[in-house]
Design a protein around this ligand. Structure first.
Ligand SMILES: [Cu+2]
Length: 367
């Protein structure tokens, strides 16, 4: 091969490689990596992209060079020389891809096993997915529940995920991982967040009419702030110590008096927190909760909706929550509001929620 041809080939390879590198780097293809797992996954991506750029540069250079250099003359109608393969070339182009694909497999296997490796003090978080919301709970902290996923920075976290109805999937782009949530199974996802911030968490498995609304957030907090939040939640969730003297005398049957004690906070405060923790605000407007959802009916107008349905207010609200399809508000879709609140809320919670809604609706109805 002449020296000039080698220089030309190298030049073409550099140009093709440069263009491909610019396309790979210039636009921001990937979200920021907010966890150690995401950092490793991004490494695999760039490792593969690097290989692709090198192969692309080689192939493009040889192709462009051949098209230019071996172009026939306009009046040349002769057959080209017949070529019967080239053993050395065939061995080369089998061996190199073999080495590259093996390298990718090894790097991926290392990353996968490291990403699943839990640290010693791994925090367990239980995830329940249902049409169309996620609930996160913290078994180490009295099963405190939250509609958003709060995580401490720098700590290994394992999600244990269950579905109450159909297949859902949990995805936080900044964590680069995705895991299906399948009825009848408990699937797991290991995350070690390493960047404080608020990131979208979404369902990425078409799960019904409200799929596009099945969104929440992953909030990574400084460990101290996270602990403070958890304690705060634990305190407000725990039944407040009753002031009556009877509560101190736990009966010999082992039952405490918490079930009979009056609610610590006013019914509206308890109802408000149930409203907020159940994700109602995603879909409903309610001024008492500063909720502005527009997917479902405006709950400030429940008084007139009940009249419209020719039902007394309290049973109307109760039935609308337990069995949403029994009466469907005209102009709103059927089957979108989760029908599982009757099971996921206790009788007492349900009563508090209904009281809260009735009271706030009456207040805004009188305005
Ligand atoms: Cu879903």
């Amino acid at each position: 091969m002449r020296r000039g041809s080698i220089v030309a080939l190298l030049g073409l390879a550099l140009i093709a490689g440069g263009v491909a590198t610019a396309v790979a780097i210039w636009p921001t293809w990937l979200p920021v990596a907010a966890s150690r797992e995401a950092g490793r996954i991004h490494f695999v991506i760039w490792f593969v992209v690097g290989i692709c750029i090198a192969i692309f540069a080689l192939v493009a250079a040889v192709m462009i060079y051949s098209v230019l250099r071996f172009r026939v003359q306009e009046d040349d109608f002769e057959d080209g020389p017949s070529v019967h393969g080239h053993t050395g070339l065939e061995i080369t182009w089998t061996a190199i891809p073999f080495v590259l694909v093996t390298a990718i497999a090894i790097v991926s296997a290392i990353v996968l096993s490291r990403n699943d490796a839990q640290a010693e003090n791994t925090l367990r978080i239980d995830v329940v997915a249902q049409q169309f919301e996620f609930t996160f709970s913290y078994p180490d902290a009295n099963n405190v529940t939250s509609p958003v996923l709060r995580l401490p920075e720098g700590r290994s976290v394992e999600l244990y995920m269950r579905s109450l109805d159909v297949i859902h999937s949990v995805f936080v782009p900044q964590f680069s991982q995705k895991e299906d949530v399948v009825p009848g199974l408990v699937t797991q996802l290991h995350i070690t967040p390493d960047r404080v911030g608020t990131f979208p968490l979404e369902c990425t498995e078409l799960c019904g009419l409200g799929h596009s609304l099945m969104r929440s957030q992953a909030i990574v907090m400084k460990p101290a702030a996270f602990d403070a939040w958890l304690q705060q939640q634990e305190k407000s969730a725990a039944p407040a110590p009753s002031t009556s003297t009877s509560s101190t005398t736990t009966s010999s049957t082992g039952t405490t008096s918490t079930s009979t004690s009056t609610t610590p906070s006013s019914p509206s405060a308890a109802g408000l927190s149930i409203f907020n923790n159940s994700g109602c605000a995603t879909c409903h407007t309610l001024s008492a909760a500063s909720a502005t959802g527009t997917v479902g009916p405006d709950l400030d107008k429940l008084v007139s909706y009940a009249k419209q349905a020719k039902q007394p207010l309290t049973p109307f609200v109760h039935d609308s929550i337990v069995d949403p399809d029994k009466y469907v508000q005209p102009g709103y879709p059927k089957g979108l509001m989760p029908s599982t609140f009757g099971q996921s809320l206790t009788q007492a919670q349900l009563d508090e929620l209904v009281t809260f809604l009735v009271q706030s609706a009456q207040k805004s109805g009188n305005k």
